[in-house]
Write a protein that binds this ligand. Sequence first.
Ligand code: PEP
Ligand code: MN
Length: 280
Amino acid sequence: MAQARPAPSQPLYERRPGQATSLVKVGDVVFGGKTVVLIGGPCAVENLDQVLDIAGHVRRSGGAMLRGGAWKPRTSPYSFQGLGAEGLPLLAAARAATGLPVVTEVLDPRDVEQAAGAVDMLQIGSRSIQNFPLLREAGASGKPVLLKRGMMTTVHEWLNAAEYVLAAGCRDLVLCERGIRTFENSLRNTLDVGSVAVLKEVTHLPVIVDPSHAAGASRFVIPLARAAVAAGADGLLVEVHNHPEAALSDADQSLTPEQFSQLAESCRAVARAIGRDLQA
Ligand code: PEP
Ligand code: MN
């Protein structure tokens, strides 16, 4: 029988009165400080040329970190499922070429060790928010973890998932709002910017926002990104592709490199308006 853990006197995620936001370091990148971390990259790693090209654009546009999915959670089993473990060396090559730390999603607890050996941060996706074995495994991996909000979870349930990661030993945890399902269906998801404000009060964990999966269409990504920074997000996770029309996953919401540059400029201006800046 799996034993319940003894509860701490207060949840590990909870912000004590006067406590500062925790700083989460991923290489030279710092989440939770004065500056806003811009992460860009493809939904899925497709091949070496693609990821190197996109990583170069992300770097030149002011991105501080690279994203790219090796294992992809796809709605249909007949859609491109990602390169799997074969995507990891391609991400490592992009890191070596640009110096950008890399975040990738893990779907299966059995892949955590291998992923942790190859990338700088492990992402747990929306669909895995209550995969408790995965939360425990990622939390015990020794790597920083990026925990996305489940599309059907309340802030409280999300924080309990975060508690699993923290209770497993992780001290470098970043939360990522990515939109939730509501009655509104004009965008792919409803971006809950309010959760950023609530989380800033309730938890010391840094909070970032993924405007891409909330928007579902590239033309709505920049306004949502601006709103996220204005609401106090500590970073942005944005999908960028060198040929969005040919992307093997999330083509409609992927920004071109030019649009990603515009997003960076625009969000830098918003950050400065509230006394912050984009992280160099
Ligand atoms: C992704 O980041 O590509 C992804 C699958 O996101 P989410 O888990 O938020 O749907
Ligand atoms: Mn995606």
